[in-house]
Design a protein around this ligand. Structure first.
Ligand SMILES: O=c1ccn([C@@H]2O[C@H](COP(=O)(O)OP(=O)(O)O[C@H]3O[C@H](CO)[C@@H](O)[C@H](O)[C@H]3O)[C@@H](O)[C@H]2O)c(=O)[nH]1
Ligand SMILES: [Mn+2]
Length: 406
């Protein structure tokens, strides 16, 4: 049998912990069957760690590795990135046979468990220099041997960008040309900047986005929720909408509560395996920590999803996701038509099929067709394949939320 597999992320500060929380929640929302591991440095606060333990199977404390490569980092104008060397510790997680690393500034939009079919080292091209891979999303095999080799390589050759991406690209130096199967499709590491640099491609393929990466100096947690963007449907605002979607995921507390309860079944087993990484606080401790965490780190934002996921007392997970679906997308309670940005399927569908149909027949056919569409939409949603660029675009979701909260 194949050994355990895990998604891994990293935070060396409380701010990046907010990102990790969203990575974990978005993976759970889309029903991953793999373990979730967060690596944190010792300075990450207890409140942040406890919040992470609610979502992740393991929270592993790792030492901070610093590249101390000030020259290169200053040149990159991101002096803080030396700590990204800490990422290299992911190779020590040998309790897993294969892992997928996700930067703390990524947001998962659908189930991406198929990534485990790829081999080390698989990654998507970096948008700035596509012969380099971006190290925000990559598939790897934990191995102490590889870990030592990479650290030795780093000590000897340094990093051309001062961060982990430079080291990893010179270590796995044949990535660009050796084996195309190790090139992940760009939709697994879609950088918000791609929207601006190649808008027509984004219009063509943006629907297939699977993981968004907020690469660069401005992270979602630096900004606050922007209702303005939520009301705009221009594709150029998609990166802002992704930011808003990030905040919705961040606040999805109740949703998390239910999934956490589901997870608890094997929580104790996990504890036996790795007692050093798991201090399980009591339920009341957890919720007060959660509240504390929110007070400490969250700016003043409406707790949208708290009031949204009203059905969290239900123990049926599928029922839960149906109700969430209804509230987010209109579903059975739909009163006004959802306005979607124009898309090919959309415009085809609204065109009358034949001009000589009687009004009643057309009406009936249209109703039947809408029902089929609704069912298909619901099925896609339940499979974790929400259409964030179309029907489930943030502005549509917000419109429904506003209706619901009124
Ligand atoms: O103070 C920090 C900085 C980074 N990180 C972690 O390291 C990752 C990478 O840093 P990030 O700020 O996300 O870098 P990017 O803006 O994504 O920049 C690029 O350059 C980095 C340095 O080479 C690579 O690690 C990234 O994958 C690559 O996308 C983060 O997501 C976190 O997981 C921390 O925990 N604390
Ligand atoms: Mn990143």
């Amino acid at each position: 049998m194949a050994g355990a597999q895990a998604f891994v992320t990293l935070a060396t500060t409380d701010a990046y912990s907010m990102g990790c929380l969203v990575v974990g929640k978005s993976l759970r929302r889309h029903g991953t069957s793999r373990k979730l591991v967060a690596m944190v440095s010792p300075n990450v606060s207890r409140a942040s760690r406890l919040a992470l333990e609610d979502v992740f199977d393991e929270v592993v404390v790792v030492d901070v590795l610093d590249s101390r490569d000030k020259a290169h980092l200053t040149w990159l104008r991101r002096p803080e990135l030396g700590v990204t060397f800490t990422k290299l510790h992911c190779w020590t997680l040998t309790q897993y046979t294969k892992c997928v690393f996700l930067d703390a500034d990524t947001l998962v939009l659908c189930n991406v468990d198929e990534l485990f079919e790829y081999e080390e080292l698989s990654a998507a091209p970096d948008p700035g220099w596509p012969d380099c891979f971006n190290s925000g999303v990559f598939v790897f095999r934990p191995s102490l041997n590889t870990h030592t080799q990479i650290l030795e390589h780093a000590a000897q050759h340094g990093s051309f960008d001062g961060g982990d991406q430079g080291v990893l690209n010179t270590f796995f130096s044949d990535w660009a040309v050796k084996d195309i199967r190790k090139h992940l499709p760009f939709v697994y590491n879609l950088t918000a900047g791609a929207v601006y640099t190649y808008l027509p491609a984004f219009q063509q393929y943006g629907h297939h986005a699977k993981i968004v990466h907020f690469l660069g100096g401005t992270k979602p947690w630096h900004l606050s929720y922007d209702p303005q963007a939520a009301n705009e449907s221009s594709l150029r605002d998609s990166s802002k909408n992704f930011m808003n979607l990030w905040w919705v995921e961040y606040y999805s507390q109740r949703q998390l509560q239910v999934q956490k309860d589901d997870k608890n079944e094997d929580y104790s087993v996990q504890q036996l395996v790795s007692p050093q990484t798991h201090q399980t606080p009591s339920q009341s401790q957890k919720s007060s920590t959660e509240a504390h965490h929110r007070e400490m780190m969250m700016p003043s934002l409406p707790l949208i999803l708290d009031s949204l996921t009203i059905s969290s007392s239900s123990s049926e997970k599928s029922e839960e996701s149906n109700i969430l679906f209804d509230v987010l997308t209109g579903g059975e309670t739909e009163e006004t038509p959802v306005v979607s940005p124009p898309s090919e399927q959309e415009s085809e569908r609204t065109e009358p099929e034949t001009a000589d149909d009687s009004a009643t027949a057309t009406g009936e056919a249209a109703t039947a067709e809408t029902e089929v569409d609704d069912l298909e939409h619901r099925r896609m949603w339940e499979e974790g394949r929400a259409d964030y660029m179309g029907k489930d675009a943030f502005n549509n979701i917000m419109r429904k939320l506003d209706m619901f909260l009124d």
